[in-house]
Design a binder for this molecule. Sequence first.
Ligand SMILES: Cc1cc2nc3c(=O)[nH]c(=O)nc-3n(C[C@H](O)[C@H](O)[C@H](O)COP(=O)(O)O)c2cc1C
Length: 160
Amino acid sequence: MAGKVLIAYFSHWGHSKEFAEAIQNLTGGDLFEIETSQFYPEEHDPCSIQGHNELLADFRPELTKQVPDMDQYDTVFIGHPIWWYREPMIIRSFWESYDFSGKTVIPFATSGDIGIENTEKDTKKFLPTTNVKAGLRLETHAVASSTNQIREWLAADGVI
Ligand SMILES: Cc1cc2nc3c(=O)[nH]c(=O)nc-3n(C[C@H](O)[C@H](O)[C@H](O)COP(=O)(O)O)c2cc1C
């Protein structure tokens, strides 16, 4: 059983947000947007340089909002765009801000072409006492046409 479900996401251009909303539609869970005081340029190239610098510096962007009562959730989806082959550093800020022991965490992502394998590995590394289930990555513009795939993934992970 999935128990009480939270869908937490960071999204710069809105595609991972769309994915989060699709999961919310299918699970009835609570949605939470991961927000930061860090400014990211809208355009790809300057944003890409900034994302790379943050990765090289192992930087932790400041979170400006907390999940109200994380303890109430049994299953937490954590979603994001792929930046530099893995999760943006703000996801590490989020992982480190809560106690996920005993919970189930399920990663999800959108990207141009890179898969979710690095995020899955990093989730297990950062949350060693958490039950991390198989994630799903969708191509940037494929969320709207992927409802069946999302449903099958949620069923395979035992969430619906
Ligand atoms: C800083 C930055 C780095 C990115 N790095 C990658 C990457 O390594 N591999 C990839 O396939 N896409 C990469 N992308 C593309 C995004 O992952 C993709 O457009 C994603 O769907 C955007 O999600 P969003 O709309 O939720 O922000 C990058 C985009 C940005 C802004």
